[in-house]
Design a binder for this molecule. Structure first.
Ligand code: FES
Length: 163
């Protein structure tokens, strides 16, 4: 992932607008490319995207907020998405949330100091029959218990070299 310090967002976005088309329908393609390259789409980049496509910066930031795979701030190496929708909620999602939060020492919406984990809520991901469920990056974990949630985190910690 590339660092963002000193990046000329006007130049970067201009090249992406050339690649994807300089029209509003190119928005998702440009945002996905920025997310892949830099791990997030910072506010300065968002403004340049809005200018390049002739759309409002608010629209750009609304789109980023809507899609869980886009973000405006850097996230951890592992992003833990706990489902908060009704089936998972009724299957004691709050206990899983507490176990994850205790294990990682952070609240939802935060990233651990070592940059390894970010904790987020998400909405239904279609695994309601195996609730409660969570995603870690693109891996699904289902039928969670507080213990299994802690073990899953420990596994990623080992994989990330901190276990
Ligand atoms: S409600 Fe959680 S996966 Fe559907």
């Amino acid at each position: 992932m590339k660092a963002t310090a000193g990046v000329d967002w006007c130049e970067v976005v201009d090249a992406l607008a050339e690649k994807h088309d300089r029209k509003p329908h190119a928005l998702m393609g440009i945002l996905q490319d920025l997310q892949m390259e830099y791990g997030h789409v910072c506010p300065d980049a968002q403004i340049e995207v809005a200018l390049a496509l002739g759309i409002s910066p608010t629209h750009v930031s609304d789109v980023i907020s809507f899609y869980h795979f886009l973000c405006s701030e850097p996230k951890g190496q592992y992003v833990v998405w706990l489902c908060q929708t009704i089936s998972c909620d009724m299957a004691d999602k709050d206990q899983i949330a507490k176990a994850l939060s205790d294990e990682l020492g952070i609240s939802f919406g935060e990233t651990t100091g070592d940059g390894l984990f970010t904790l987020e809520y998400t909405n239904c991901m279609g695994m309601c029959d195996q609730a409660p469920a969570m995603l870690v990056n693109d891996e699904v974990h289902v039928s969670l218990t507080p213990d299994s949630a802690r073990e899953i985190i420990a596994g990623y910690r080992r994989e990330g070299g901190l276990g």
